[in-house]
Design a protein around this ligand. Structure first.
Ligand code: GTP
Length: 556
């Protein structure tokens, strides 16, 4: 029991030699059981086998649809080749030219030689219809005589090759070559190609006026049942037979076969044969003096020749038009491609621009951030510097410059508010002795401890500062004099109880105070300062470690 695939292959092989058997094989297959790709193969064979009798248009339609679904590369090439052939027969030049170009590219990247040959054969048939014998010859030379070419492909190529050689009047043509080719196709049972080649041989013989030599070949063709089945071949053979007999003086046979030719193709589909038959009949009637009959055939002949010329010219024009349209289409495609790549470049540019903008934005943001940070730091540094410029580095309270500045501001404010201002100068007693006896370091410690005590006892009520050396100042605004004196008194006590870090704490630290008030000397700071200084002097003079308040009597 052969598999469906084997049956398909067998039908494929019989396709050109025995169409009926091939068709019967196909009909024996259960289509429902075929796999996807085998079903396409089946449809393809069914369509091409049908072509010989059936409607070419319908076959073309089937192949077109198969092309859309076919997956197998080799089968795709075959279907394309057959479809191309039909497009040529139907005069669909533009579609054919486009498919032809596609087929060339399919063929170039297919591995299987056989498929490649079949693709070339499809192209050959199409270019024959385009009447381009040079192209046809070029393609046939890629097949003829090459290794592992299937006989049917070889015969197809041979038929086209020889026809082109004759058309081009080539030196490479010889009747022996044609004879061998014809015999080869006959031996392989490829009757159609055999008939085509025989026809070329006969035509060539007629052109060489070898009428009697041509006669037996024509008779053999007429007797061949395979040729008989195929109307275009049969009409051509019969009309040629009429022509040769006319030349040989067999008038009755010539007339008979010319009339039979007209009868077979009553619709005059195969014009070349009909024209030939009409020519024979016209000559016969004219030579017999049958003027009326001769005239009748001449009219038919002329109008058919005219129609043939017109359709040939129409075909040429259609082909030209197809070339132009294809060219325009390709140009349009190229233009579209260019436009596309332009758009892509544009999009890339926009993207790059965007990316650059983002980058710039990030950079600017970073710079801004740095600036903000820098200015913040700068601000802090400035503030720190400013603070450093105001602070006495040893005692960490306001230095003289800042204290004086600030005192002026406070005093001005107090004057406006009509508040009492008291100014106090404090000076450590016998400080020089501390330095001299215990060293500068202990002197510094004493200064720091004094500032600490001042801050602890007075900072809530007064603004403090170091005036220089072992001298400190304090400003009280909006306090009564007795309150100020009390505070200073307790400050003096605190200083006196400071324990300097020396052995057994036996060194006593004391300070003398001079106090002035705006009530006595007004608000000018110089006045307050001078008055407090004078009071301090009294305090030192009269025993130290005590508080003296300025009184105008001190001035004298
Ligand atoms: N350790 C130290 N000593 C200082 C500093 N500034 C000033 N002195 C010293 O303070 C001393 C001030 O001495 P004097 O002006 O004679 O006054 P005194 O010894 O305190 O005597 P009376 O004020 O009269 O009680 C000097 O020896 C200065 O060198 C300082 O920042 N650190």
């Amino acid at each position: 029991q052969p598999s469906s695939k084997d049956i398909l292959k067998e039908a494929d092989e019989l396709r050109l030699s025995d169409r009926t058997a091939a068709k019967q094989l196909l009909d024996s297959i259960d289509v429902a059981k075929l796999s996807g790709s085998d079903e396409v193969y089946f449809q393809y064979l069914n369509a091409v086998i049908g072509t010989f009798n059936g409607d070419i248009k319908q076959t073309a339609e089937v192949l077109k649809n198969l092309l859309e679904i076919v997956k197998d590369k080799a089968l795709k090439v075959r279907i394309s080749a057959s479809y191309l052939n039909l497009l040529g027969s139907l005069g669909h030049w533009k579609e054919g030219l486009a498919l032809g170009e596609q087929l060339i590219s399919y063929a170039s990247d297919i591995e299987e030689q056989e498929v490649k040959y079949r693709a070339y054969l499809g192209l050959i048939a199409f270019y024959e219809q385009l009447q381009q014998p040079e192209t046809v010859l070029n393609l046939t030379n890629r097949i003829v005589g090459k290794e592992s070419v299937p006989a049917e492909v070889e015969c197809g190529a041979l038929a086209a090759q020889i026809s082109s050689l004759i058309k081009l009047n080539s030196q490479s043509f010889s009747i022996e070559y044609l004879q061998n080719a014809s015999q080869f196709c006959l031996d392989h049972g490829l009757t159609i190609y055999f008939a085509v080649l025989e026809m070329h041989k006969i035509a060539w013989m007629i052109s060489q006026k070898m009428y009697s030599e041509a006669l037996p070949y024509l008779e053999a063709l007429i007797a061949n049942p395979e040729v008989n089945k195929f109307t275009p071949h049969l009409t051509m053979v019969m009309s040629r037979y009429a022509e040769v007999n006319l030349k040989l003086g067999n008038i009755d046979v010539a007339r008979d076969f010319a009339r039979r030719t007209l009868a077979i193709d009553s619709e005059q589909n195969y014009r070349q044969a009909i024209i030939k038959a009409l020519e024979v009949l016209h000559v016969i009637e004219r030579d017999y003096g049958e003027i009326k009959e001769a005239y009748k055939y001449l009219v038919q002949l002329t109008s058919l020749q005219f129609a043939e010329n017109v359709s040939q010219q129409e075909k040429q024009l259609a082909i030209q038009k197809a070339w132009f349209e294809l060219d325009a289409f390709q140009h349009e495609n190229e233009l579209l491609d260019k436009e596309n790549s332009l758009l892509q470049t544009k999009a890339k540019l926009v993207r790059e621009n965007f990316e650059n903008s983002i980058l710039a934005l990030v950079l600017v943001s970073l710079i801004l951030l740095l600036l903000v940070f820098w200015s913040y730091r700068n601000h802090k540094v400035q503030a720190k510097l400013k603070q450093l410029a105001r602070i006495d580095s040893l005692t960490k309270i306001s230095n003289r410059r800042y204290f004086t500045e600030y005192a002026e501001t406070l005093i001005n404010k107090a004057r406006v508010n009509n508040e009492l201002v008291c100014f106090v100068i404090l000076d450590l007693d016998h400080f020089k002795n501390i330095n001299d006896s215990y060293g500068h370091q202990l002197g510094d410690t004493a200064l720091v401890m004094t500032a600490g005590t001042l801050t602890k006892t007075l900072a809530d009520d007064a603004v403090l500062g170091r005036l220089g050396g072992e001298e400190f100042g304090a400003i009280f605004c909006g306090k009564r004099i007795d309150e100020v004196l009390n505070l200073i008194e307790s400050c003096r006590n605190e200083i006196a109880s400071v324990k300097l870090p020396i052995a057994e704490y036996k060194l006593k630290l004391t300070a003398s105070f001079g106090v002035s008030s705006s009530e006595d000397v007004g608000y000018p700071f110089e006045n307050l300062y001078a008055a407090a200084d004078l009071a301090l002097f009294q305090s030192k003079r009269y025993g130290r470690n005590q508080v003296y308040q300025y009184s105008p009597s001190m001035d004298s």
